[in-house]
Ligand binder design. Structure first.
Ligand SMILES: [Zn+2]
Length: 294
């Protein structure tokens, strides 16, 4: 089954909803970064989130999610563009497996991996200056933090659910999520119906594991409402780095580092954080393309 995201609007124009199936995308992230299960779950939730969040933005934009906490994973970075290309990485991909024992069910402890910290949402709009806003993490489970972000920071009452199910052999069994948003002047009756639907939903990752599609997830969430599907997008883990773009990283190195690499190796090597592709630049190339001296 392919990964894809759908966006719907109820006929009464009171609720906007998105859902994604991102199992392959998150498995690709796991393979790319060799993440341990808890790191896979944390990164996978962030990747699933941005694959939907981008559909709430205007065309031509990119969206970036950055979570920086004092827990062992250090940081989670995820980014998505309008073409459904999603990528990301974590500070420490090999952190130990941690389980919590909530409700007698063992669960990967994403909250503990992240710790206390902040969540940043960055919107990149072509040539314009990027716009960034941040909130303090209120839960560390990512879904609840994004619920808080949309409700407080963007002032759109929202509910965000994210789930990643990792198999015993560390492979991703299922991943996905949803974002539900209330549009202005939604009556109390709609809100209580929606809340009761959400309460009966259960675990998103278990539903996806059971074969539920994004359409079927929203059928449960929006039970009793008529709606239209307004957008369907394939999503995939894809990095669009290139020799030229990665040169920006060389530009952030200090002159001594560049000089030393050129003297010792004959080139400066930079590895892309998102896909681990390495690029080598020799002195001649740097002289021609780098807009500074070293
Ligand atoms: Zn790359």
């Amino acid at each position: 089954m392919e990964d894809y995201m759908i966006r719907v609007l109820t006929e009464n124009k009171q609720i906007r909803a998105l859902a994604v199936r991102s199992t392959n995308l998150v498995e690709k992230a796991h393979q790319t970064h060799k993440t341990t299960p808890v790191a896979t779950a944390a990164l996978g939730r962030a990747l699933s989130a941005v694959s939907m969040m981008i559909a709430l933005e205007k065309s031509g934009e990119k969206i970036g999610l950055r979570i920086i906490g004092d827990g062992p994973i250090d940081r989670i970075i995820a980014e998505a563009n309008m073409d459904g290309e999603v990528k990301g990485f974590v500070g420490k991909p090999q952190i130990d497996l941690m389980l919590n024992e909530n409700n007698n069910k063992k669960k990967l402890d994403v909250k503990k991996a992240i710790g206390n910290g902040e969540l940043y949402v960055r919107k990149m709009m072509g040539l314009k200056e990027p716009y960034e806003s941040k909130i303090r993490l209120i839960s560390g489970e990512i879904g609840e933090d994004l619920t808080y972000y949309y409700t407080k920071s963007e002032q759109v009452p929202s509910s965000v659910g994210l789930g990643v199910l990792v198999d015993k052999d560390s492979y991703v069994k299922a991943a996905g999520g949803f974002i539900i948003q209330l549009l202005p002047e939604t009556p109390e009756e709609t809100i209580s119906k929606l809340e009761s639907n959400l309460n009966s939903l259960g675990s998103v990752s278990r539903l996806i594991e059971a074969g539920k599609t994004p359409e079927e997830l929203l059928e449960i969430v929006l039970k009793g409402f008529s709606y239209d599907i307004t957008q369907v997008n394939e999503v995939e883990y894809k990095c669009n780095c290139s020799r030229e773009r990665t040169l920006e990283i060389v530009n952030t190195l200090n002159a001594d580092e560049i000089k030393q690499s050129l003297e010792e190796d004959g080139y400066v090597e930079v590895t892309c954080h998102y896909c681990n592709e390495s690029y080598r630049y020799n002195e001649e190339y740097l002289k021609e393309h780098l807009e500074r001296e070293w």
